[in-house]
Design a protein around this ligand. Structure first.
Ligand code: GCU
Length: 588
């Protein structure tokens, strides 16, 4: 029976892979394109009971004569886009439901160009209307999507209306329960993109797997004249290579190069330009090799130890989603100050400012799709939804050398459907990108006295295993604190992808009573965990949970948590807790 189910799921995956049912796939490098920003103030209507479709809010009409009336109208109230509604309208602080957002803009049409509408992300699902026509929908709160609107956009005034719903769903990704705030809204940038009729839609430029001197480039043109000369230039390397795309607009080329390889100490990026007769696009790209050897992770052939920190895409002082370049700098500068060489973007693809800035700052990145704990793996839609999310994440960030691993899940319980879905995802991940490691974070380990054993069969399909181990918090020390050893049935690199405990900044006192949220308790917990790390030299890295206290609907202790998960090394007011200095010293 299992064989049959396995065959069915694998068949489903191949079907999906081959007939490209992936939702609207975006063009590469939006930031390098000619864009018109639609960010700013958007009018909105809260549609608590979901009447908007019945009332046809997307038509945004006025009464046609004096006998008529319309029971909806956008008015003065606006929300900033990008941004979540929870932090902008106090009435929506806990809101889960539908909101209609409207943006009017004027547009100058020419027939020499095509126009696309790109959303960086909308949480959780949305229907998008342009000039009252439904142009498409998207599900998933953390990845970009796009529509071609060349034939729908009009000269002069246009109305863009988006129905956003952030209700948690049985077959949602994540599921109905998770430990972060369900920020709803158009949480990332919205832009119109103008391109020539035939343009450079997609390109992958990365070091060939296992090489330190061969750059592989694949380029895709989109448009009527698919067969064209395209030129790849990397001036600093003296590279200017012209090739011809084939009948379907594709070309692959491999270029020898004398490179300074990217690494945290020297995060070297090169200016790369791709040009076609009508189009030209540039960006900064770094080149590095990431691989594994036994229990070691190798960066450019050298063994590395990941000095990580987990972080959510949130600015806790303002209890809002991080959206801007300044927000990214705030989060990542703190990670650098802590002495990190890696950030784990928990538990979902975070905005492009964060991913791009990380590699500029010399921070490696663990990027993850939000398959978090209790996802409904039995749901028939799960394989295609998770596959689409994986594709959208990799499509957006495949040229980011800072990203060393794609993580397909966090703390999912072993089970036959889970195993099938995640195994297929791991295989798909390798198909999409064989230059990076595939990983997952686990809490399903065996605790026996002073040893912790990992034997989850999913490890078979992974390159890197992350263990979430909360010794001294969720798990008391068996004997002497720190005296714990890790085993795994796999000869593969393992990191502690999460550990830590809570404290409320400013609470001081005993370091042995957990329930008082004292900084001293958290400080000691970190010292004990570091003792444990020193006893497990085969570990390839550690990654505290986490940078800063963050909002969570799962934290109900009003005395100490006040709606925050307080495992941060920084408080929600960005104050350094005592444990911060323990970690900083260790990383030094
Ligand atoms: C889990 C989980 C996190 C969560 C953390 C905690 O391991 O991965 O998302 O916030 O533990 O309980 O604080």
């Amino acid at each position: 029976m299992l064989k049959l189910k396995n065959a069915f799921f694998t068949l489903l995956l191949l079907l999906i892979a081959n007939c490209g049912i992936s939702q609207i796939n975006c063009m590469t490098n939006i930031q390098g394109r000619k864009t018109i920003s639609l960010n700013g103030e958007w009018q909105y209507i809260v549609d608590w009971f979901g009447r908007g479709n019945y009332l046809k809010v997307y038509r945004d009409t006025l009464p046609t004569d004096k006998t008529k009336f319309v029971e909806y109208a956008f008015d003065k109230q606006t929300l900033k886009v990008p941004g979540d509604w929870n932090s902008q309208d106090p009435k929506l602080y806990y809101y889960e439901g539908s909101v209609w957002l409207k943006k009017e803009f004027t547009y100058k049409k020419t027939n020499t160009k095509r126009t696309f509408l790109n959303f960086g992300a909308v949480n959780y699902q949305c229907d998008v209307y342009l000039n009252s026509k439904l142009i498409g929908s998207h599900e998933g709160g953390f990845t970009p999507f796009e529509f071609e609107v060349s034939n729908l956009i009009v000269e002069g005034n246009n109305k863009l209306i988006v129905k956003v719903n952030n209700q948690r769903k049985e077959d949602g990704i994540p599921g109905t329960s998770y430990d972060w705030w369900n920020y709803g809204g158009i949480t990332r940038e919205v832009s119109l993109i103008e391109t020539p009729t035939t343009f450079i839609k997609d390109y992958t430029i990365q070091l060939q797997k296992g090489s330190s001197s061969q750059i592989n480039a694949s380029i895709e043109l989109d448009g009527i004249e698919k067969q064209q000369k395209v030129t790849i230039s990397i001036p600093e390397l003296g590279i200017s290579e012209s090739v011809i795309t084939n009948k379907v607009g594709l070309v692959n080329v491999s270029l020898p190069a004398k490179l300074q390889l990217w690494n945290p100490e020297n995060p070297k990026l090169y200016s790369v330009t791709i040009a076609s007769p009508a189009d030209k696009i540039s960006e900064k790209i770094g080149f590095r090799n990431i691989s594994v050897e036994g229990k070691n992770i190798l960066l450019n052939g050298n063994k590395i130890f990941l000095k990580g920190i987990n972080l959510h895409e949130e600015i806790p002082e303002e209890q809002r989603r991080a959206t801007s370049e300044a927000d990214a700098r705030k989060l990542l500068s703190a990670a650098k100050e802590l002495g990190c060489n890696l950030v784990r973007l928990a538990h979902y693809p975070q905005n492009e400012y964060i991913v791009r800035m990380a590699e500029q700052m010399g921070l490696m990145v663990w990027e993850e799709i939000p398959i978090w704990q209790g996802v409904n793996f039995k749901s028939p839609t799960i394989q295609s939804k998770t596959t689409t999310m994986l594709e959208e994440m990799i499509k957006r960030d495949k040229n980011r050398c800072g990203i060393i691993t794609w993580s397909i899940s966090n703390e999912t319980a072993k089970g036959e459907y889970r195993n099938i879905v995640l195994k297929n995802l791991a295989i798909k991940c390798k198909l999409l990108d064989d230059t990076r490691l595939v990983s997952s974070a686990f809490d399903g380990v065996k605790y026996e006295d002073t040893s912790i054993s990992f034997n989850d069969s999913l490890g078979t399909y992974l390159d890197l295993i992350g263990l979430n181990i909360y010794m001294g918090w969720y798990k008391p020390w068996p004997k002497k604190a720190g005296n714990t050893h890790f085993n795994s049935i796999f000869e593969k690199p393992m990191i502690i992808s999460e550990y830590g405990g809570e404290s409320k900044y400013g609470n001081h006192g005993s370091d042995s009573i957990a329930g008082l949220w004292n900084e001293e308790y958290q400080e000691k917990l970190y010292k004990d965990n570091i003792l444990m790390f020193r006893q497990n030299p085969s570990l390839s890295g550690v990654c505290p949970w986490l940078l800063a206290d963050f909002k969570s609907p799962a934290r109900l202790n009003l005395k100490y948590q006040e709606g925050f998960n307080r495992k941060g090394l920084l408080s929600d007011k960005w104050k350094k807790k005592k444990a911060w200095y323990v970690m900083q010293d260790y990383y030094k």
